[in-house]
Structure formats: structure tokens, C-alpha cells
Design a binder for this molecule. Structure first.
Ligand code: FES
Ligand code: FES
Length: 163
């Protein structure tokens, strides 16, 4: 298929790329931009591993045309660190052992980042509801939720980490 030029804004940088009109955002991020943090778990919008922010809204890159994102700001897990330091959620995952295989982790982190933007002091129920579209096959969720709650507390206190 004939390729067409697109300008994509990803993690604060503008990229001019030649891609097929049918290219999915997840493929463009991973294949053309080498941003392999976003993962392909199911490929049918059911696992959340490919979650990215598009103009601040969580979207599933596995079923999103890259061309539909032109002119919008895309944020991947590679873009959530702050001033060269790990974001609170990234630090907390390390501190609390939030990941096992780590395949689901980028999607969870993006969803948590969005949650904390729209609701900096979520209840347990609100956290679980916000994360209901992200699936993990490894952790049993206990350590992951400990990490997420620690990140929320750290952010509320303006700290990078509680440990
Ligand atoms: S890979 Fe996109 S939702 Fe599973
Ligand atoms: S840590 Fe392996 S799928 Fe979540």
C-alpha cells in the first residue's frame, strides 16, 4: 500500500514519518519510533497493555489508526518520567515489586498517570474502577496495588517515593 506522510507528536517531540494510511498507532510507535514500552497483548482492545495518552486521554493504540492522532499529543510510558527522573508510579513499582513479567506494566502506569491527573486523591473503589480495563496475568494484583497506592501517597506529599 502506498505510504503517506504524517507528523506525529510523541512525548514532546515531532516526528515526520511515511506510513500506510491503515497503520495502527501501536505499530508506528514500536516499529517506526522504536518506542517499545507500549505492548501488544490481545490486539482487540481487551487487555490495556497498549494504553497511551492521546491529548491526555487513555486510548488503546492497538486499535487506533496513527493518522487519527495527527495534531494530537501522544504520551507513552517512555514519556512519563519527569525532568529526567522516574515518575512516582515508576519508582513505586520498583520499590513495591509491582511487576513480575512487566508486560502489563506500561499500560497500568499510563492509566494511573491519567487517574492522578483527573483525580489526585482517589478512593480504593475509584482506583479499581479506573484500572478495570488493564489486565495482569502474573501478579495477583496485591503488590501492584501497593505500588499504585504508594505512588498516589507520594504524589500527594509532593515526594518522589515513600521509601
Ligand atoms: S493490545 Fe491493545 S488492548 Fe490489548
Ligand atoms: S506483570 Fe506480567 S502480565 Fe502483569
Amino acid at each position: 500500500m502506498k505510504k503517506e506522510l504524517i507528523e506525529l507528536r510523541v512525548n514532546g517531540l515531532t516526528h515526520e514519518l511515511a506510513i500506510e494510511p491503515s497503520a495502527l498507532l501501536l505499530d508506528v510507535l514500536r516499529r517506526d519510533l522504536d518506542l517499545t514500552g507500549s505492548k501488544r497483548g490481545c490486539d482487540d482492545s481487551s487487555c490495556g497493555a497498549c494504553t497511551v495518552l492521546v491529548d491526555g486521554t487513555p486510548m488503546l493504540a492497538c486499535t487506533l489508526l496513527a493518522f487519527s492522532c495527527e495534531g494530537q499529543e501522544i504520551t507513552t510510558v517512555e514519556g512519563i518520567s519527569e525532568h529526567g527522573s522516574l515518575a512516582a508510579i515508576q519508582k513505586a513499582y520498583g520499590d513495591w515489586g509491582g511487576a513480575q513479567c512487566g508486560y502489563c506494566t506500561p499500560g497500568f502506569m499510563i492509566t494511573v498517570k491519567h487517574l492522578l491527573t483527573v483525580n489526585p486523591d482517589p478512593t480504593e473503589e475509584e482506583i479499581r474502577s479506573a484500572l478495570s480495563g488493564n489486565l495482569c496475568r502474573c501478579t495477583g494484583y496485591t503488590q501492584m496495588y501497593a505500588a499504585i497506592k504508594a505512588a498516589i501517597e507520594a504524589e500527594k506529599k509532593g515526594m518522589a517515593t515513600l521509601k
